[in-house]
Design a protein around this ligand. Sequence first.
Ligand code: HEM
Length: 144
Amino acid sequence: MRTLGRWDIPPHPTEPQLVRHNHIDGRKEAREVYDVTKFLDDHPGGDDVLVLATEKDATEDFEDVGHSQDAKDIMKKYYVGEIDSNSFVQKSNRAMPSSSFSVSDQPSGSSSTNVLTFLLPVLILVLAYALYYFGKKEVVISHH
Ligand code: HEM
């Protein structure tokens, strides 16, 4: 079995790579790499979903669909090798929202930004209401 280093994976976009966990003894240490370039046109689920699942861990994407044993057999044809998690590129610019990486890649300071994004509309609403309320009062006073 060939072990791939980080730079052994061709970064060229015409060679999509699919990475999958290898559940040996329940540990997720080595990951299987598949080159699905030649399968893009034949994939019953379409080439777009396949491309979206490349250059990242696609284990969940693959398993969520509930692929048949046939699909798993076909997949073996595109097996390239294994990559160990230390040299695995965690961040992919193509990561899908469901990817666990997009969550783990969040910078630690982002929680304060989240509070602000929630509070800001509330503050604007309170301010708008206050302006409306005091503005109305002035109109009433000016009538007397
Ligand atoms: C080398 C990897 C893959 C192989 C060999 C493969 C193979 C197949 C096959 C044979 C089917 C037909 C149904 C079945 O037999 O289960 C299928 C359907 C499908 N696959 Fe894949 N697939 C792969 C990766 C993926 C990935 C990463 C996704 C990402 C979401 C995906 C999404 C789908 C979808 C949405 C369908 C259609 C399901 C349906 O309409 O019933 N596949 N695939």
